[in-house]
Design a protein around this ligand. Sequence first.
Ligand SMILES: [Ca+2]
Ligand SMILES: [Ca+2]
Length: 593
Amino acid sequence: MKRSRTPRNKALALTLLASALLAFGQASAKEVTDADIVNDAKTTGDVVSFGMGTQGQRYSPLNKVNTKTVKDLVPVWSFSFGGEKQRGQESQPLIYDGKMYVTASYSRIFALDVATGKKLWKYEHRLPDGIMPCCDVINRGAALYGDLVIFGTLDAQLVALNKDTGKVVWKEKVDDYAAGYSMTAAPLIVKGMVVTGVSGGEFGVVGRLEARDAKTGKLLWSRPTVEGHMGYRYENGTKVENGISGTLNATWSGDMWKTGGASTWNGATYDPDTNLIFVGTGNPAPWNSHLRPGDNLFSSSTLAIDPDSGKIVWHYQNTPHDGWDFDGVNEFVSFDYKGKDGKVVKAGGKADRNGFFYVNDRTNGKLLNAFPFVHDLNWAKGIDLKTGRPIYNDENRPGDPAAGSDGSKGKVVFSAPSFLGGKNQQQIAYSQQTGLFYVPANEWGMDIWNEPVSYKKGAAYLGAGFTIKALHDDYIGAMRAVDPVTGKIVWENKNYAPLWGGALATGGGLVFYGTPEGYLKALDAKSGKELWKFQAGTGIVAPPVTWEQNGEQFVAVVTGWGGAVPLWGGDVAKRVNFLEQGGSVWVFKLHKS
Ligand SMILES: [Ca+2]
Ligand SMILES: [Ca+2]
């Protein structure tokens, strides 16, 4: 409502009402604005976006907790998600106006008093029996906008609740859970729109990114991520064609694009400088690559999408014609790249599941640098910086079942990284202080083979078998500091279990991250030296956040072991089956002497 259109007496009445509310101490209806979201990385008093800023850097300039003081970091409170519903907790909390908003397994969300941990309200989404999340019943977090807190559910719905009361304001079905669709990523807010992807690439769903009016949930545009599918805009409820993604059958043969995968299960980032949304896409379906000749765009790629038009501006495919389930959903993090020639380029960094770290010009997608961030990688010899394409080791592609005597199983290959990736859902951080990326990496391999498969709605659509194996007795995980310019691993801190929680870098010269063994750790961002750790009682597979309040710096992290590793990890799942489940959020600050 524009003030100039409001009759003067009504405006006066509203002003008086607002004053009255203030006087009664009920003025908690502070609303999250687009400016709050765009500036989130700089405003240290709140965390109103996934990624601690829509660019996804997970960097805070706060420095009260630093390399010298972190030894005095102690817990303030812990809150249990309770119930019998535990399993993996991959959520990033949001902090606003004295409240914490945190999602939990089985499509639950809690609002907590950030000072005390007291529960303010809880919403448990009613889930049908037939949900099909591939990789545990997790959720990665919510979005805040206006007076709403919005999150996606395992039955592929989007729910918006009043952030102060927990009452449902709108609820929209995004897609059919019985066909394998689900939602696990945190929504992204861009210019008053709520932008979401879909999970389900293992069931032959078709990936897409959608934008809705955040206030009402009404669809504005939908952009498919498999080449050949039509995109749509929605104008006053009318569905209008908005151009095909790519060119029909250019990189897919026959009808395979109709069930082509490329799910957008890890969400998106947004860069206000270029006004582009960046989204990573998952594996092409099925896994058996011999059934789908061609590059299979836009699977295993980074896509840049114009939020205003809903059209693809550029794409870069990390793994053309993927044959290893190398989902390219990993977050594309905007940063200033100072190349060897000293020129600063608006770039983005991505630690891909396939084991390579990529730096692309974020205005046009041009590849600037690519290098491995894992030691054991055998599916490609490298990335050709001129063509931007991998130099494949052809003998490392799982064999064609049709080439065998009975057609039931192709040649088995041992491939590294495993399909759980050099990096998976665990988020990287970029420090503006050190110019380094902090990558929670894993070293593992897999026996993988192909089998015949045909699409059946709601059934796994892989055409592959596999066993994941550790490569080293003493570690799988390694927190690594990676220099995007030199391509060097500057330091690493090894971990016995695979790392599955995200990183946080701070102006205090620290890198925070959690381990499946239950430790929240702080390392020196320059040297990798461990300066502090706290045993949280169950594994950590979520990213920490930090903020300040009343002059004190706080750190929070969600705990609760689970995710894809115990479900898909083969020999590795057995190796770490001593880890206990849980479900809590912990808050820390410096001890006052
Ligand atoms: Ca902020
Ligand atoms: Ca996948």
